[in-house]
Write a protein that binds this ligand. Structure first.
Ligand code: ADP
Length: 307
């Protein structure tokens, strides 16, 4: 069996209301449709990697609320190793409250809840899984000190770190060179490289800047325009697959999860990018984050038909 893909990150419960218009301050909209789904970038990427064929362990903190048992059951159903999903007492799991208007405009608020209990001490309790890790995958919905602690632990053990720097927010930039693979969309690339990124050319300049700081590979995702990987000496770009996009939420998460699998299996850059792009393209054809992550067979069949 391949070494483990260890995803360290958030678990969220998403509560979504779709309505014909967003309320004004003090207004009550009474004809909304309600959906409850499971999200959190960490969980989305763990699920995407597991469905794409990865041997996945997930390190996360969940809380005590009515949704949590189902959330854990979902991870197990996808054969994810949940030994280090910590159940925190006296706090709710991370929740996102989302209101969507008819134009797709939205109000969004997130309560990190138990995600902020994923401390460096919790990570130390999960140390046994580092011994089995082929790659560590993180996003930025857990505390900064935890991310830095994981990077230090991984660096001393020579475990490559793939960091999806999302959402983009204040970070100790001295840690950037210690990351092996950065996966960024244009906004995140601009934020990290401290420059304006408006197109693919700008994004490549941002990637080069980050590589000069010591990052080995920078992958930039460009939505329906595709993705490219930049390393010191080369750029490999692949277009997005043409699909009927229904919901692009978590396209980036599915991309990261599938890319981690491709990387763990030693696929060469172009093939790995195609594999991740195929998984992401399939995910945008369905509603929801975790429900839309495709299986290995679906990805392989799609690649056979599309390439
Ligand atoms: P994020 O959700 O992090 O902003 P992107 O929107 O850049 O990420 O999407 C990540 C990847 O998902 C893209 O590089 C592409 O491969 C795929 N993707 C996103 N949107 C589409 C689309 N409309 N059609 C096909 N593939 C898409």
């Amino acid at each position: 069996m391949n070494k483990k893909i260890v995803v360290i990150g958030s678990s969220n419960v998403d509560l979504i209301m779709k309505m014909d218009h967003l309320p004004e301050k003090g207004e009550t909209v009474t004809n909304a449709d309600f959906f409850q789904v499971y999200g959190g970038k960490g969980a989305n990427q763990a699920v995407a990697a597991a469905r794409a064929g990865g041997n996945v362990a997930f390190v996360s903190s969940v809380g005590e609320d009515a949704y949590t048992p189902q959330m854990l059951k979902n991870y197990k159903n996808d054969s994810i190793d949940t030994r280090f999903v910590f159940e925190e007492a006296g706090i709710a799991s991370g929740h996102a409250l989302i209101m969507i208007g008819d134009q797709g405009d939205n109000y969004l608020s997130v309560a990190p809840g138990a995600n902020y209990k994923l401390t460096p001490e919790r990570v130390d309790q999960a140390l046994p899984v580092f011994e089995e890790a082929g790659i560590i995958v993180m996003q930025y919905e857990i505390p900064e000190e935890t991310i830095k602690h994981v990077i230090d632990l991984a660096n001393t053990r020579n475990i490559p770190v793939l960091m999806n720097f999302a959402p983009a927010r204040q970070f100790d930039f001295s840690y950037i060179p210690k990351i092996d693979i950065l996966v960024l969309n244009e906004v995140e690339a601009g934020f990290l490289a401290e420059m304006k990124v408006k197109n693919e050319q700008d994004a490549e300049q941002a990637a080069i800047k980050l590589i000069e700081q010591g990052v080995e590979k920078v992958i930039i995702t460009l939505g329906a325009q595709g993705a490219f990987v930049r390393s010191k000496n080369e750029k490999i770009a692949v277009p997005a697959f043409k699909v009927n996009a229904v919901d692009t939420t978590a396209a980036g998460d599915t991309f990261c999860g599938a890319y981690a699998v491709a990387n763990a299996e030693g696929m060469i850059s172009r093939v790995a990018l195609q594999f991740a792009s195929a998984a992401a393209a399939l995910s945008v054809t369905k509603m929801g984050a975790q429900p839309s992550a495709p299986t290995r067979t679906e990805i392989e069949d799609f690649l056979k038909q599309s390439l």
